[in-house]
Design a protein around this ligand. Structure first.
Ligand code: ATP
Ligand code: MG
Ligand code: FE
Length: 332
C-alpha cells in the first residue's frame, strides 16, 4: 500500500509517504517563529500549520513520485499534543481522505516515536524496552507488539527535553536549547560540576528538582562572578548533560534488570543527544544489551514515524471514520 501521513502535534508540520513499508518522502517544515518567544506559542503554531500543510503535502508527493490518486490510505497524528495544532492536521487528513475516498488511520504520536524503529534495519525484536524521551514525555515503555505497549515508568513532573530546554533558558540560549547544550557539551568536562540525582522510588523519573538545582547553582555562581556562564559554558553544558543522561540510564538499567530484557531502544527528540547515544552504546559491552538508536531525522517530530505506524495499522485493518477528533491527551 501507499500511505500519506501527516504530523502536526507541536511545532513541526510534517508529511511523509510510506510505500510498501519504506519511507520514500519525509518533509519537515520547522516553525522558526517560536524562537523569539522562548517556547512554542500554541495559537501561532496552529496558524503556521495552516500555511505549511498544503505545500508540504505537495512536496512529499513530488519527492516520492506518487500521484495522489495512487494513495491507499491517509494516516494522521490524533494525539497527544497541542489541540489547535492537532486540529489542523486532523481536519486536513479528513477532508483529503473524503475527497479521494480513502480510508483514515489514526496514530498515537508517542507510539509512533517508538515505531520509528521499524523504518530501517536493524529493527528491535519483541519484547523490547524503549526509553521515550521528548519535549513533553519521559517514559520507559515495555513494547510487546506494534500496538501492545505498556508504560512501566514515567516522569512525575518535567520531561527530559524540558530539563534540557529549561537549563538552556537559564543559560540565555535560544529555544529549543537541547541541541545547543549538546553542541557546547562536546568541548566541556562532564565532571566539572555535580548535580543531585532525584531520589524517586521504582521506575519513575522527576526533573523539576533538578531544574531548580541548576537555577540556584547558576544564580549563586553569578553572584560571585558575573561572567560565570560565559567563561564556563562548555563545562556547565557537559555537566548538565552528563547528569541528565545518568538519571535516564540508571532507571533504564533498573527496568532492563526487572524485566530481564536486553533489547533496548531509545526514541523521541532527546534520543538525538550525543551524550545519551554514546552512554547507551557503552552498555552494549558492559551489560550485553542490544541497543537500537533511531536515525536523526526520525528522532524529533516527523511524519515518517506516523507513516510507518499507519502502515502497520493498515496491515492490521485498523481504520477510523470521519467522526474522529483529535485528543490533547491520549493513552496507548
Ligand atoms: P512529545 O513528543 O512529548 O509530544 P515533542 O514532540 O515536542 O514532545 P520531540 O520533537 O520529540 O518533542 O523532541 C523535542 C525535544 O527534544 C526538545 O525538548 C529538544 O530540546 C530535544 N532535543 C532535540 N535534540 C536534542 C539533543 N541533541 N540533545 C538534547 N535534547 C534534544
Ligand atoms: Mg518541535
Ligand atoms: Fe514528539
Amino acid at each position: 500500500p501507499i500511505i500519506l501521513a501527516i504530523e502536526s502535534s507541536c511545532d513541526e508540520t510534517s508529511v511523509a509517504i510510506c510505500y510498501n513499508g519504506k519511507i520514500t518522502a519525509n518533509v519537515i517544515a520547522n516553525q522558526t517563529i517560536h524562537e523569539n518567544y522562548g517556547g512554542v506559542i500554541p495559537e501561532l503554531a496552529s496558524r503556521v500549520h495552516q500555511q505549511n500543510i498544503v505545500p508540504a503535502v505537495q512536496q512529499a508527493l513530488t519527492i516520492a513520485k506518487v500521484n495522489k490518486n495512487e494513495l491507499n490510505a491517509v494516516a494522521f497524528t490524533r494525539g497527544p499534543g497541542l489541540l489547535g495544532a492537532l486540529l489542523v492536521g486532523v481536519s486536513f487528513a479528513k477532508s483529503f481522505a473524503l475527497a479521494l475516498d480513502l480510508p483514515l488511520i489514526a496514530v498515537n504520536h508517542m507510539q509512533a516515536h517508538i515505531l520509528a524503529h521499524f523504518i530501517d534495519d536493524p529493527m528491535p525484536k519483541f519484547p523490547f524496552l524503549c526509553l521515550t524521551v521528548s519535549g513533553g514525555h519521559t517514559q520507559i515503555v515495555l513494547v510487546k507488539d506494534y500496538f501492545d505497549m505498556e508504560i512501566v515508568g514515567e516522569t512525575l513532573d518535567d520531561a527530559a527535553g524540558e530539563a534540557f530546554d529549561k537549563t538552556a533558558k537559564i543559560l540565555d540560549l535560544p529555544y529549543p536549547g537541547g541541541p545547543l547544550i549538546d553542541k557546547y557539551a562536546k568541548d566541556g568536562n562532564p565532571l566539572a560540576y555535580k548535580f543531585p540525582e532525584p531520589q524517586i522510588q521504582g521506575l519513575n523519573y522527576s526533573f523539576s528538582g533538578f531544574k531548580t538545582a541548576i537555577l540556584y547553582f547558576i544564580r549563586d555562581n553569578k553572584i560571585k562572578n558575573p561572567q560565570f556562564v560565559e567563561e564556563n559554558l562548555a563545562d556547565i553544558c557537559a555537566s548538565v548533560q552528563y547528569s541528565i543522561v545518568n538519571i535516564l540510564l540508571n532507571k533504564l538499567k533498573k527496568a532492563a534488570k526487572q524485566y530481564s530484557i536486553k533489547e533496548i531502544a531509545i526514541a523521541g527528540g532527546v534520543s538525538a543527544n550525543s551524550g545519551l547515544r554514546i552512554a547507551l552504546l557503552a552498555t552494549q559491552d558492559t551489560l550485553g544489551w542490544k541497543v537500537y538508536i533511531p536515525a536523526f531525522q526520525y528522532c524529533t517530530d516527523n511524519a515518517g514515524m506516523i507513516a510507518i505506524a499507519g502502515y502497520h495499522k493498515y496491515l492490521a485493518g485498523e481504520f477510523v471514520t470521519q467522526e474522529i477528533s483529535p485528543l490533547a491527551r491520549m493513552n496507548f
